[in-house]
Design a protein around this ligand. Structure first.
Ligand SMILES: Cc1cc2nc3c(=O)[nH]c(=O)nc-3n(C[C@H](O)[C@H](O)[C@H](O)COP(=O)(O)OP(=O)(O)OC[C@H]3O[C@@H](n4cnc5c(N)ncnc54)[C@H](O)[C@@H]3O)c2cc1C
Ligand code: SF4
Length: 330
């Protein structure tokens, strides 16, 4: 590991200033992703600003819904009674991730910002545009079983690997951020992560020095509480990233679907909310035929790579199963 300066932030303003002042500075939360990447020489921060003492771990009601602190751990978030009761999809998604020990350390802010698990990104002996802009993409013509089937570019075919964010996309969350000039801004979750385009080195629309304060969940998303399901398909049932994940949520009027959310994980550089699938569901009656049509619509424009065509059929089957469970038909 390379030498770096360690700074402990006493308040949000000084923490933000300490990162904003140095181009290669990073915030340090649970460290479960950042420190691993530093050991692999993928991340090379010259300054780490430890934010773990900041008072950003509260989970509390607000007038518009629920505010979930950036430094609340994944465990505390998943287990919180207000989340279990009103946003069970979020609990299911978090618990599907990593392991108990990791979730005890991992924070919500760090979880949103976890980096891809592309093997070439981790292997500094291979080219990777995300790690080193302009160097090429090892995965494009390499082993790309775990890579994207939607929204990729020739510059990068990586996927966003996290689980929690897939549920947050379905629940219309927003991310509250403090900027280096002392303001706060709210980023709708759909605009938080980016597709790779020509700048795969940028995972999100956060600017350097911006600190995530909280994730805001709207009251309206609680209307999905009764009929939601998070399905994660992976090589092992624990301690493995998703090959495909589906966050499915419905609002029903009897058997008729009033509103639907279908978000696919591990298929693109960001959680992939499928407008096509949702349009195929709204106004229809629940049932396997309806869900199959929605699944086909979701993946109609998929562009698989050499080794991941399996994700198209697996994705369709996973959508059907997740919707069946959300509708309580399976
Ligand atoms: C073996 C293993 C298996 C895993 N499996 C899964 C899985 O199945 N599903 C899943 O979703 N995740 C999985 N993870 C990832 C894990 O969830 C993340 O490592 C964790 O959530 C990151 O949180 P952290 O607090 O440790 O972040 P850190 O490692 O401290 O930080 C990560 C990044 O976020 C930035 N950051 C942190 N907090 C803030 C903030 N408040 N504002 C601005 N920037 C911030 C840091 O600067 C850094 O760039 C796994 C990890 C490991 C090691
Ligand atoms: S897919 Fe993206 S992260 Fe992986 S090697 Fe290519 S550029 Fe790097």
């Amino acid at each position: 590991m390379r030498p770096f300066e360690y700074v402990r932030a006493n308040d949000a303003a000084s923490g933000v200033a300490a990162v904003a002042a140095v181009a290669e500075a990073k915030f340090l939360a649970g460290g479960t992703n950042l420190v691993d990447l530093m050991k692999e020489d993928v991340e090379r921060p010259t300054r780490l600003v430890d934010i773990t003492r900041l008072p950003l771990a509260q989970i509390q009601r607000t007038r518009s819904g629920l505010s979930v602190g950036a430094l609340a751990t994944n465990t505390d978030t998943a287990n919180h009674p207000l989340i279990r009761e009103n946003y069970p999809l979020l609990t299911q998604a978090i618990v599907a991730g990593a392991s108990g020990q990791l979730r005890n350390m991992a924070t919500n802010g760090g979880n949103l910002l976890q980096r891809t698990r592309c093997n070439y990104f981790y292997d500094t002996a291979t080219p990777c545009n995300k790690r080193e802009a302009g160097s090429g993409c090892g995965a494009r013509e390499g082993l790309n079983k775990i890579h994207a089937i939607l929204g990729w570019s020739d510059a990068c075919v990586a996927t966003y690997p996290g689980d929690m964010a897939n549920a947050l996309y379905a629940l219309d969350a927003s991310v509250r951020v403090r900027t280096p000039d002392g303001r706060e801004r709210l980023i709708p979750i759909a605009e938080f992560h980016r597709l790779p385009g020509n700048t795969p080195q940028r995972d999100t629309n956060l600017e350097h020095g911006e600190l995530i304060l909280a994730i805001e969940l709207p009251v309206s998303a609680a209307d999905f509480a009764r009929n939601s399901h998070y399905l994660k398909v992976r090589d092992r049932t624990s301690y493995a990233f998703a090959m495909i994940a589906v966050a499915a949520a419905l609002q029903l009027d009897g058997n008729t679907i009033r509103q639907a959310r279908v978000v696919l994980g591990s298929v693109a550089h960001k959680p992939w909310r499928s407008a096509e699938a949702e349009a195929a569901l709204v106004g229809r009656r629940t049932g396997e035929d309806t869900f199959r049509r929605a699944a086909e619509a979701a993946l109609r424009n998929a562009r698989p790579l050499a080794h991941n065509a399996y994700k198209v059929e697996l994705g369709q089957r996973s959508i059907v199963r997740a919707l069946m469970r959300a509708a309580r038909l399976a």
